[in-house]
Design a protein around this ligand. Structure first.
Ligand code: SF4
Ligand code: SF4
Length: 375
């Protein structure tokens, strides 16, 4: 999941970032994918015209940056038109891709439409391990080619790596891969347990000593790469005892639009029951941002109870993640159990402590119909 940092010029009452999930379809099958278990049907996706109008509305609302994501956004044949619409609305576009489907002609067309930068995902520095985790043969070779194309086109290139038990010991090699591919930025994001990631949590949760070693490696490499590559480490909140300031606060700086037009305060928010999530097919983006019950439900700090209510950190981490609070306690309004002050913190401690000694189960690969009956 992309990190949210607020630009100096942002209007605090307006969103500046848009995560546009153009499709849930994807050629890869990553077990950590944060897409929902029930993937949106392609027939229900917003049309070209609807995405074009959405970009116009987003620009008018104050959005200046969009991640064009999915699923795999390159599966949308109209991606160039969506990029052009964002560009016309004054929005900086960043393509978040697995690299599958990117060739010279497509990249050239995207650049002509106004594409500004690319984030390329990679699962492992070892090609065979990469392809096993991605659930698709030859995907590493495809990524390598995509990285070279982006470099040749002169676009800024970031490497996105989701970290877990299966690749944490390869952090040094992954950073070296980024150096070899000539990237400008490497985001090493410890798995956030939503969607398929939550389903596969027992297989993905690392041992504590893996995290210690990886963190030390990142610190060491960060010093050496200073001024050359921006090395970002997204904290493993199951292990740090600290809640993450998810999305910069609920309905504070960012909105997510799902492939079917559902508008959410964060990509996982559809998991919160009774959210009454609005849709751009029914309401304008401005109305949704200002007036919808979904965006106002956990906005600010007034909703907080328990330890968050009187906590001096409540304006910094916003009580942590509402979706994680719901997933672990059944109540989205409770303090995020990742926080050491939460009365539910033992849930996360138990999971983290046991992960070292457990034999991980096999992955349930992300595919329609792959979810076992019990879920
Ligand atoms: S995490 Fe993997 S499966 Fe999910 S959208 Fe990204 S590339 Fe596709
Ligand atoms: S109690 Fe709430 S506000 Fe305080 S640190 Fe924990 S999650 Fe953050």
């Amino acid at each position: 999941m992309a990190q949210v940092t607020t630009p100096d010029t942002a209007d605090p009452a307006r969103p500046w970032a848009l995560l546009a999930e153009l499709t849930h379809a994807c050629p890869l099958h990553c077990p950590y994918c944060s897409n929902p278990l029930e993937l949106a049907r392609r027939s229900g996706e917003l049309s070209t015209g609807e995405w074009t109008d959405l970009m116009r509305q987003a620009g008018a609302l104050g959005v200046v940056h969009t991640h064009l994501s999915g699923g795999e956004p390159l599966l949308r044949p109209d991606l160039e038109q969506i990029v052009a619409a964002a560009e016309a609305a004054g929005i900086y576009t960043q393509l978040v891709t697995s690299g599958t489907g990117l060739d010279e002609a497509r990249l050239s067309a995207l650049c002509d439409a106004g594409l500004r930068s690319v984030q390329l995902s990679v699962q492992h520095a070892d090609p065979r391990a990469n392809d096993r985790i991605a659930g698709r043969p030859s995907s590493f070779a495809v990524k390598e080619r995509a990285a070279a194309l982006v470099r040749r086109a002169g676009l800024p290139l970031g490497l996105n790596v989701v970290l877990h038990r299966d690749n944490l010991d390869a952090v040094d090699d992954l950073i070296e891969l980024g150096v070899t591919w000539g990237v400008d930025r490497i985001e090493l994001a410890n798995t956030q347990f939503y969607g398929w990631g939550l389903l596969n949590r027992a297989a993905l949760l690392p041992a504590r000593d893996q995290l210690v070693r990886a963190r030390e490696t990142v610190e060491r490499r960060r010093e050496r790469l200073a001024g050359l590559i921006d090395l970002v480490w997204v904290v493993p909140d199951y292990f740090d005892g600290v809640a993450k300031p998810c999305m910069g606060g609920w309905g504070a700086v960012s909105l997510t639009v799902a492939p079917d037009g559902t508008v959410l305060p964060c990509p996982a928010a559809a998991s919160v029951p009774d959210l009454d999530a609005p849709n751009v097919r029914d309401r304008s983006l401005a109305w949704i941002w200002d007036h919808s019950a979904a965006f106002n439900r956990f906005r600010g700090t007034g909703w907080m109870t328990g330890p968050c209510g009187g906590c001096p950190r409540r304006e910094e981490d916003f009580g942590g993640c509402r979706c994680q609070a719901y997933a672990l306690t059944g109540d989205a309004a409770r303090t995020d159990p990742a926080c050491g002050l939460s009365p539910d913190h033992h849930i996360i401690r138990t999971l983290a402590d046991h992960s070292s000694s457990q034999v991980p189960p096999p992955y349930v690969y992300r595919r329609p119909g792959a979810v076992p009956e019990a879920h």
